[in-house]
Design a protein around this ligand. Structure first.
Ligand code: CA
Length: 141
């Protein structure tokens, strides 16, 4: 399970990284959407923890771009803006879950673990007889 943290607050990013590594996740951390875009091109990221207030492109804009081209990484949106309208906006853009700051390490790991389980459940529905991979959900081989 590889997690990419996109957060410009260095202290928060360090805390998130330490917490998730302690739980056994492989964690990379970047501080802008532009860097995140580069990171997902070179490594197989399963889950993105995405801050909304970022320098340069904001998290919502990047999330919209990701989903509009069919990217399937799970996205956990992280933001101080815990207003209901922002939460709804994030979910409509394709976020899988939402975590308003401030939050405790227990809540973070619980949510990340839940998304990880969901990701594994999706992968386990693939059937792989020899060189072929069959995906019944998408009717693709
Ligand atoms: Ca921020």
């Amino acid at each position: 399970m590889r997690v990419l943290i996109v957060e410009d607050d260095a202290m928060l990013a360090d805390g998130l990284t330490a917490t998730l590594r302690h739980e056994g996740f492989v964690v990379d951390s970047v501080s802008s959407a532009e860097q995140a875009e580069a990171a997902i091109r070179v490594s197989d990221v399963d889950l993105i923890i995405l801050d909304i207030g970022l320098p340069g492109m904001d998290g919502f804009t990047w999330l919209r771009r990701l989903r509009s081209r069919g990217a399937e990484q799970a996205v956990l949106v992280l933001t101080a803006r815990d207003a209901v309208s922002d939460r709804v906006h994030g979910l409509k853009l394709g976020a899988d879950d939402y975590l308003p700051k401030p939050f405790g390490p227990e809540e973070l790991t619980a949510r990340v673990s839940a998304l990880a389980r969901r990701g594994r459940a999706i992968r386990s529905r693939l059937i792989e007889p020899g060189p072929l991979t069959i995906d019944p959900a998408r009717k693709r081989a």
